[in-house]
Design a protein around this ligand. Structure first.
Ligand code: ZN
Length: 309
Protein backbone atom coordinates (compact mmCIF):
# COMPACT_ATOMS: atom_id res chain seq x y z
CA UNK A 1 0.00 0.00 0.00
CA UNK A 2 1.62 3.28 -1.05
CA UNK A 3 0.96 6.51 0.79
CA UNK A 4 1.89 9.91 -0.54
CA UNK A 5 3.00 12.92 1.51
CA UNK A 6 2.66 16.31 -0.17
CA UNK A 7 4.01 19.65 0.98
CA UNK A 8 5.55 22.87 -0.38
CA UNK A 9 8.03 25.44 1.01
CA UNK A 10 5.43 28.24 0.76
CA UNK A 11 3.66 26.66 3.78
CA UNK A 12 6.62 27.89 5.85
CA UNK A 13 6.46 31.49 4.56
CA UNK A 14 2.85 32.49 5.16
CA UNK A 15 2.58 33.95 8.67
CA UNK A 16 0.09 36.17 10.46
CA UNK A 17 2.19 37.94 13.07
CA UNK A 18 4.11 37.22 16.25
CA UNK A 19 2.42 34.74 18.58
CA UNK A 20 -0.30 33.69 16.12
CA UNK A 21 -1.21 30.03 16.77
CA UNK A 22 -1.58 29.22 13.05
CA UNK A 23 2.16 29.53 12.45
CA UNK A 24 4.82 28.09 10.10
CA UNK A 25 6.27 26.05 13.00
CA UNK A 26 3.20 23.79 12.73
CA UNK A 27 4.36 22.44 9.38
CA UNK A 28 7.94 22.26 10.60
CA UNK A 29 6.81 20.15 13.58
CA UNK A 30 4.80 17.78 11.39
CA UNK A 31 7.53 17.41 8.76
CA UNK A 32 10.24 16.87 11.41
CA UNK A 33 8.13 14.11 12.93
CA UNK A 34 7.49 12.52 9.52
CA UNK A 35 11.23 12.51 8.90
CA UNK A 36 11.62 9.54 11.28
CA UNK A 37 12.62 6.09 10.01
CA UNK A 38 9.04 4.76 10.43
CA UNK A 39 7.93 7.08 7.66
CA UNK A 40 10.70 6.27 5.16
CA UNK A 41 8.29 4.29 2.90
CA UNK A 42 6.21 7.44 2.21
CA UNK A 43 6.31 8.75 -1.35
CA UNK A 44 7.05 12.45 -1.17
CA UNK A 45 6.01 15.16 -3.62
CA UNK A 46 6.08 18.94 -3.83
CA UNK A 47 2.67 20.51 -4.38
CA UNK A 48 1.90 22.36 -7.61
CA UNK A 49 -0.12 25.57 -7.51
CA UNK A 50 -3.86 25.06 -7.88
CA UNK A 51 -5.34 25.75 -11.31
CA UNK A 52 -7.78 28.65 -11.69
CA UNK A 53 -10.31 26.16 -13.04
CA UNK A 54 -10.15 24.06 -9.85
CA UNK A 55 -10.42 27.15 -7.60
CA UNK A 56 -13.46 28.45 -9.49
CA UNK A 57 -15.39 25.21 -8.94
CA UNK A 58 -15.71 26.39 -5.32
CA UNK A 59 -14.96 30.10 -5.08
CA UNK A 60 -16.31 33.01 -7.14
CA UNK A 61 -14.17 34.93 -9.62
CA UNK A 62 -14.83 38.09 -7.62
CA UNK A 63 -13.50 36.49 -4.42
CA UNK A 64 -10.37 35.02 -6.03
CA UNK A 65 -9.62 38.37 -7.65
CA UNK A 66 -10.09 40.15 -4.30
CA UNK A 67 -7.63 37.81 -2.56
CA UNK A 68 -5.11 38.37 -5.31
CA UNK A 69 -5.55 42.14 -5.06
CA UNK A 70 -5.36 42.19 -1.24
CA UNK A 71 -2.06 40.30 -1.03
CA UNK A 72 0.44 42.86 0.29
CA UNK A 73 4.01 43.24 -1.03
CA UNK A 74 5.15 43.76 2.55
CA UNK A 75 3.56 43.85 6.00
CA UNK A 76 0.08 42.48 6.56
CA UNK A 77 -3.36 42.88 5.08
CA UNK A 78 -5.91 42.19 7.80
CA UNK A 79 -9.10 40.35 6.78
CA UNK A 80 -10.46 39.87 10.28
CA UNK A 81 -9.08 39.95 13.80
CA UNK A 82 -7.34 36.58 13.41
CA UNK A 83 -6.93 36.16 9.65
CA UNK A 84 -4.43 38.18 7.64
CA UNK A 85 -2.23 37.97 4.59
CA UNK A 86 1.49 38.59 4.20
CA UNK A 87 3.45 38.62 0.94
CA UNK A 88 3.55 34.78 0.83
CA UNK A 89 -0.04 34.01 1.84
CA UNK A 90 -1.53 33.95 -1.62
CA UNK A 91 1.17 31.59 -2.91
CA UNK A 92 0.84 29.35 0.18
CA UNK A 93 -2.96 29.20 -0.21
CA UNK A 94 -2.71 28.32 -3.90
CA UNK A 95 -0.16 25.59 -3.19
CA UNK A 96 -2.15 24.15 -0.27
CA UNK A 97 -5.17 23.83 -2.58
CA UNK A 98 -2.91 22.54 -5.36
CA UNK A 99 -1.52 19.91 -2.98
CA UNK A 100 -5.08 18.74 -2.32
CA UNK A 101 -6.01 18.47 -6.02
CA UNK A 102 -2.73 16.81 -6.88
CA UNK A 103 -3.31 14.26 -4.08
CA UNK A 104 -6.70 13.50 -5.68
CA UNK A 105 -4.98 13.07 -9.05
CA UNK A 106 -2.45 10.71 -7.45
CA UNK A 107 -5.07 8.36 -5.98
CA UNK A 108 -7.09 8.25 -9.22
CA UNK A 109 -4.02 7.81 -11.41
CA UNK A 110 -2.76 4.99 -9.19
CA UNK A 111 0.42 6.74 -8.00
CA UNK A 112 -0.74 6.12 -4.43
CA UNK A 113 -3.75 4.73 -2.59
CA UNK A 114 -3.73 7.29 0.18
CA UNK A 115 -2.29 10.76 0.62
CA UNK A 116 -1.68 13.31 3.35
CA UNK A 117 -1.33 16.98 2.42
CA UNK A 118 0.80 18.58 5.16
CA UNK A 119 0.22 22.18 4.21
CA UNK A 120 -1.20 25.48 5.42
CA UNK A 121 -3.14 27.76 5.44
CA UNK A 122 -5.99 25.42 6.42
CA UNK A 123 -9.29 25.67 4.54
CA UNK A 124 -12.49 24.44 6.18
CA UNK A 125 -13.72 27.85 7.42
CA UNK A 126 -13.37 29.45 3.97
CA UNK A 127 -16.70 29.87 2.18
CA UNK A 128 -17.47 30.49 -1.45
CA UNK A 129 -16.79 34.21 -0.94
CA UNK A 130 -15.25 34.49 2.49
CA UNK A 131 -11.91 34.11 4.23
CA UNK A 132 -12.08 33.63 8.00
CA UNK A 133 -10.72 31.56 10.87
CA UNK A 134 -7.16 31.39 9.41
CA UNK A 135 -8.58 30.06 6.08
CA UNK A 136 -8.54 31.54 2.54
CA UNK A 137 -9.24 28.79 0.00
CA UNK A 138 -11.27 25.75 1.02
CA UNK A 139 -8.73 23.05 0.19
CA UNK A 140 -10.92 20.04 0.95
CA UNK A 141 -13.88 21.48 -1.00
CA UNK A 142 -11.65 22.18 -4.01
CA UNK A 143 -10.38 18.58 -3.77
CA UNK A 144 -13.94 17.19 -3.63
CA UNK A 145 -15.08 19.12 -6.73
CA UNK A 146 -11.85 18.17 -8.48
CA UNK A 147 -12.67 14.48 -7.92
CA UNK A 148 -16.26 14.93 -9.13
CA UNK A 149 -15.66 17.20 -12.11
CA UNK A 150 -12.05 16.37 -12.96
CA UNK A 151 -12.22 12.59 -12.42
CA UNK A 152 -15.91 11.97 -13.01
CA UNK A 153 -16.73 10.30 -9.69
CA UNK A 154 -20.28 10.35 -8.40
CA UNK A 155 -19.97 10.63 -4.64
CA UNK A 156 -17.36 12.05 -2.27
CA UNK A 157 -17.50 11.83 1.54
CA UNK A 158 -15.70 14.45 3.60
CA UNK A 159 -15.01 13.59 7.24
CA UNK A 160 -13.86 16.51 9.39
CA UNK A 161 -12.57 15.74 12.89
CA UNK A 162 -11.08 19.19 13.53
CA UNK A 163 -12.31 20.49 16.90
CA UNK A 164 -14.01 23.39 15.06
CA UNK A 165 -16.97 23.05 12.73
CA UNK A 166 -16.08 23.46 9.05
CA UNK A 167 -18.68 26.13 8.37
CA UNK A 168 -17.19 26.92 4.95
CA UNK A 169 -17.34 23.31 3.81
CA UNK A 170 -20.92 22.97 5.04
CA UNK A 171 -21.96 26.17 3.25
CA UNK A 172 -20.35 25.10 -0.03
CA UNK A 173 -21.98 21.66 -0.06
CA UNK A 174 -25.30 22.46 1.64
CA UNK A 175 -27.25 21.73 -1.55
CA UNK A 176 -24.88 19.27 -3.22
CA UNK A 177 -26.22 15.73 -3.26
CA UNK A 178 -22.89 14.37 -4.50
CA UNK A 179 -21.05 15.29 -1.31
CA UNK A 180 -21.59 13.94 2.20
CA UNK A 181 -20.07 16.20 4.86
CA UNK A 182 -19.65 14.69 8.34
CA UNK A 183 -18.15 16.78 11.11
CA UNK A 184 -17.43 16.10 14.78
CA UNK A 185 -16.72 19.31 16.66
CA UNK A 186 -16.90 20.93 20.07
CA UNK A 187 -19.97 23.08 20.73
CA UNK A 188 -20.22 25.83 21.74
CA UNK A 189 -16.98 26.94 20.09
CA UNK A 190 -15.82 29.05 17.13
CA UNK A 191 -17.35 29.53 14.57
CA UNK A 192 -20.69 28.74 16.29
CA UNK A 193 -22.19 26.69 13.44
CA UNK A 194 -22.61 22.93 13.17
CA UNK A 195 -25.88 22.20 14.92
CA UNK A 196 -26.97 18.57 14.49
CA UNK A 197 -30.31 19.92 13.14
CA UNK A 198 -28.49 21.33 10.10
CA UNK A 199 -28.68 18.38 7.73
CA UNK A 200 -28.38 19.97 4.27
CA UNK A 201 -30.97 20.06 1.51
CA UNK A 202 -30.55 16.36 0.73
CA UNK A 203 -29.77 15.09 4.22
CA UNK A 204 -26.08 14.89 3.32
CA UNK A 205 -24.71 17.07 6.13
CA UNK A 206 -24.07 15.22 9.39
CA UNK A 207 -23.01 17.30 12.39
CA UNK A 208 -22.04 15.67 15.67
CA UNK A 209 -21.64 18.07 18.58
CA UNK A 210 -19.11 17.20 21.28
CA UNK A 211 -18.85 18.87 24.68
CA UNK A 212 -15.83 20.38 26.40
CA UNK A 213 -13.98 17.61 28.22
CA UNK A 214 -15.12 14.80 25.91
CA UNK A 215 -12.34 12.29 25.36
CA UNK A 216 -11.51 9.58 22.86
CA UNK A 217 -14.10 7.21 24.26
CA UNK A 218 -16.88 9.68 23.46
CA UNK A 219 -15.35 10.48 20.06
CA UNK A 220 -15.05 6.79 19.13
CA UNK A 221 -18.67 6.26 20.13
CA UNK A 222 -19.72 9.17 17.88
CA UNK A 223 -17.78 7.66 15.00
CA UNK A 224 -19.03 4.11 15.61
CA UNK A 225 -22.68 5.10 16.08
CA UNK A 226 -23.11 8.01 13.67
CA UNK A 227 -20.31 9.03 11.33
CA UNK A 228 -18.99 5.67 10.11
CA UNK A 229 -22.49 4.29 9.35
CA UNK A 230 -23.32 7.49 7.42
CA UNK A 231 -20.19 7.18 5.30
CA UNK A 232 -20.88 3.48 4.75
CA UNK A 233 -24.48 4.13 3.64
CA UNK A 234 -23.36 6.89 1.28
CA UNK A 235 -20.97 4.44 -0.45
CA UNK A 236 -18.52 7.13 -1.62
CA UNK A 237 -16.03 6.78 -4.46
CA UNK A 238 -13.47 8.75 -2.44
CA UNK A 239 -13.05 9.67 1.23
CA UNK A 240 -11.54 13.06 2.01
CA UNK A 241 -10.48 13.95 5.52
CA UNK A 242 -10.33 17.45 6.98
CA UNK A 243 -7.64 16.43 9.42
CA UNK A 244 -7.48 18.96 12.22
CA UNK A 245 -5.62 17.82 15.31
CA UNK A 246 -6.90 20.53 17.65
CA UNK A 247 -9.16 18.03 19.45
CA UNK A 248 -5.89 16.86 21.07
CA UNK A 249 -5.99 17.10 24.87
CA UNK A 250 -3.29 19.80 25.05
CA UNK A 251 -4.58 22.03 22.28
CA UNK A 252 -4.86 25.69 23.34
CA UNK A 253 -7.84 26.41 21.03
CA UNK A 254 -10.10 23.49 21.96
CA UNK A 255 -11.29 21.68 25.07
CA UNK A 256 -11.61 18.06 23.96
CA UNK A 257 -9.25 15.40 25.28
CA UNK A 258 -8.15 13.19 22.41
CA UNK A 259 -4.86 11.28 22.37
CA UNK A 260 -2.79 10.47 19.26
CA UNK A 261 -4.11 6.90 19.47
CA UNK A 262 -7.67 8.21 18.95
CA UNK A 263 -6.63 9.83 15.65
CA UNK A 264 -4.99 6.52 14.70
CA UNK A 265 -8.24 4.67 15.45
CA UNK A 266 -10.50 7.10 13.51
CA UNK A 267 -8.17 7.04 10.52
CA UNK A 268 -8.03 3.24 10.56
CA UNK A 269 -11.81 2.99 10.61
CA UNK A 270 -12.09 5.41 7.69
CA UNK A 271 -9.43 3.36 5.90
CA UNK A 272 -11.63 0.26 6.33
CA UNK A 273 -14.49 2.11 4.62
CA UNK A 274 -12.15 3.34 1.87
CA UNK A 275 -11.16 -0.29 1.31
CA UNK A 276 -14.78 -1.37 1.12
CA UNK A 277 -16.11 1.41 -1.12
CA UNK A 278 -13.27 3.41 -2.71
CA UNK A 279 -10.54 0.99 -3.84
CA UNK A 280 -8.65 2.27 -0.77
CA UNK A 281 -8.63 5.85 -2.09
CA UNK A 282 -8.42 8.37 0.73
CA UNK A 283 -6.97 11.88 0.76
CA UNK A 284 -6.37 13.80 3.97
CA UNK A 285 -5.63 17.50 4.23
CA UNK A 286 -4.29 19.22 7.32
CA UNK A 287 -6.63 21.70 9.02
CA UNK A 288 -5.96 22.88 12.62
CA UNK A 289 -3.79 21.66 15.51
CA UNK A 290 -1.97 24.27 17.60
CA UNK A 291 -0.06 22.42 20.33
CA UNK A 292 3.09 21.69 18.35
CA UNK A 293 3.97 18.46 20.17
CA UNK A 294 0.35 17.23 20.20
CA UNK A 295 0.03 18.13 16.52
CA UNK A 296 3.22 16.28 15.52
CA UNK A 297 2.31 13.15 17.51
CA UNK A 298 -1.30 13.12 16.29
CA UNK A 299 -0.43 13.76 12.64
CA UNK A 300 2.19 11.01 12.95
CA UNK A 301 -0.42 8.56 14.28
CA UNK A 302 -2.80 9.61 11.48
CA UNK A 303 -0.17 9.03 8.78
CA UNK A 304 0.85 5.67 10.30
CA UNK A 305 -2.78 4.59 10.05
CA UNK A 306 -2.95 5.82 6.43
CA UNK A 307 0.15 3.71 5.74
CA UNK A 308 -1.55 0.72 7.37
CA UNK A 309 1.28 0.33 9.91
ZN1 ZN B 1 -9.72 23.88 14.20
Amino acid sequence: MSTLLITHPSSLLHEMGEGHPECPERIQAVMDHLGAEDFAPLLREIAPGVTLEAMLRVHSVRYVKALEDCAPREGYFEIDADTCMNSSTWSAAQHAAGGATSAVDAVFQGRAEKAFVAMRPPGHHAGQESAMGFCFLNNVAIAARHAIVGHGVERVAIVDFDVHHGNGTQEIFYSDRQVLYCSSHEMPLFPGTGRPEDTGHFNQICNVAMQAGDDGTVMREAFRDIILPRVHDFAPDLILVSAGFDAHKHDPLGNLALEPDDFYWMTGKLGDLAHRHCHDRMVSVLEGGYDLEGLAQSAGAHVRALMGR
